[in-house]
Ligand binder design. Structure first.
Ligand SMILES: *Cc1c(COP(=O)(O)O)cnc(C)c1O
Length: 348
């Protein structure tokens, strides 16, 4: 049987992924640089992201839950570590105990579960200001973690992508923890934290967003390359007569006769309605605007300038993450993790 070719695909630049990781590894100033590959590698496909980064030398991976860990564990190289950021629930315990992955224990209750079950090496999350997961840095963390074999003591920055004093305060709180709690390694910085400077590096950094082409702070501009290029096939080319509208609710009216290409991409694929009358494609370096509203499965592009664009052609969306975030009102994270299941994911 002939293999199905979807009318939409993600072109994924494997060299850009690896060069982003190398830049972050160097910039972070820590001996080790890991990778956050939760949410299916931020939408790219976690198995292939992990395989490529392992080949590049990455030895530490982070997912959110045990479903993700179960899927990736068989693909782990010898000596590569996988951590589960949400720790363990009672219903995870059998899976966790027989897994090579480590839980990042996040509360006294989780620590008690892990201890009672006779669990082995683990990571521990310290809350230094997020008030999300982790042991409160003001508590008696030393006593709470007594007897655990801690591989990596972790904390997470609240707003490293912004200026302000909170990152520095979190760094100071975490530094105090490193003197109080024994662990093999200490880890604080995400992508934006890496860009704050090597003071934030400790022993291990944990970038996610910037691996995939997200630009967390200005000083990463020019160093982080775009990895994800959504492409959609032209289903029809049509002429729109002056005064006619395009798409649902007639939010765009043709000011003059024009030509549009109808593309197989919509909000059900994660190309959300914020791109209505604001998105675009790039053809030979020139941006052609999206006109009208984004539908569930379709969009229209003004191709009046390009008589050569025809049904069956593939067009590449304007999806450089900082600009696309500004155009759509979505975060760079949402632009990646929302990319749906209907894309073929094609690594180049
Ligand atoms: C998601 C996550 C990361 C990666 O963060 P980015 O901002 O994507 O670089 C690092 N650490 C923890 C605990 C996370 O949840």
């Amino acid at each position: 049987m002939q293999a199905y070719i979807a009318p939409l695909r993600l072109r994924l630049d494997g060299d850009a992924l690896v060069s982003n990781w190398r830049w972050l590894a160097k910039q972070g100033g820590a001996p080790d640089c890991g990778a956050a590959i939760k949410a299916d590698g931020y939408g790219l496909g976690a198995p292939e992201v992990m395989r490529r980064l392992m080949t590049a030398g990455c030895r530490d991976f982070f997912v959110s839950n045990w479903g993700e860990a179960l899927a990736l564990e068989p693909l782990l190289d010898e000596g590569v570590s996988l951590s589960v950021l949400h720790g363990v629930r009672a219903e995870d315990m059998n899976i966790a105990l027989s897994s090579r992955a480590r839980p990042v224990l996040c509360s006294p209750e989780q620590i008690a579960l892990w201890r009672d079950a006779g669990g082995g090496p683990c990571d521990v999350m310290i809350d230094t200001g997020m008030n999300r997961l982790g042991l409160d840095w003001r508590g008696d963390v030393d006593a709470m973690t007594d007897g655990l074999a801690i591989d990596t003591l972790v904390s997470h920055l609240v707003s490293a992508d912004e200026d302000g004093s909170l990152s520095e305060r979190q760094r100071a709180r975490f530094t105090a923890m490193t003197m109080q709690v024994a662990a093999r390694r200490y880890s604080l910085a995400n992508s934006a934290g890496i860009c704050l400077g090597s003071d934030y590096g400790f022993d291990l950094t944990r970038p996610g967003l910037a691996l995939y082409g997200g630009v967390p702070r200005k000083n990463a501009v020019g160093h982080i390359a775009q990895v994800v290029f959504p492409q959609a096939q032209v289903l029809q080319r049509r002429r729109v007569i002056a005064g006619d509208s395009i798409g649902y609710n007639a939010t765009f009216t043709a000011p003059a006769d024009m030509e549009v290409a109808i593309l197989n991409l919509g909000y059900a694929d994660g190309y959300l309605r914020g791109f209505s009358n604001r998105g675009g494609v790039i053809v030979d370096g020139v941006r052609l605007p999206l006109v009208g509203r984004v539908s569930m499965d379709l969009i229209a592009i003004d191709v009046s300038m390009r008589p050569d664009v025809a049904a069956g052609d593939w067009l590449t969306m304007d999806y450089a993450l900082p600009g696309a975030a500004e155009a759509s009102g979505l975060s760079q994270y949402e632009l990646l993790t929302g990319l749906g299941a209907r894309f073929d994911r094609v690594w180049a």
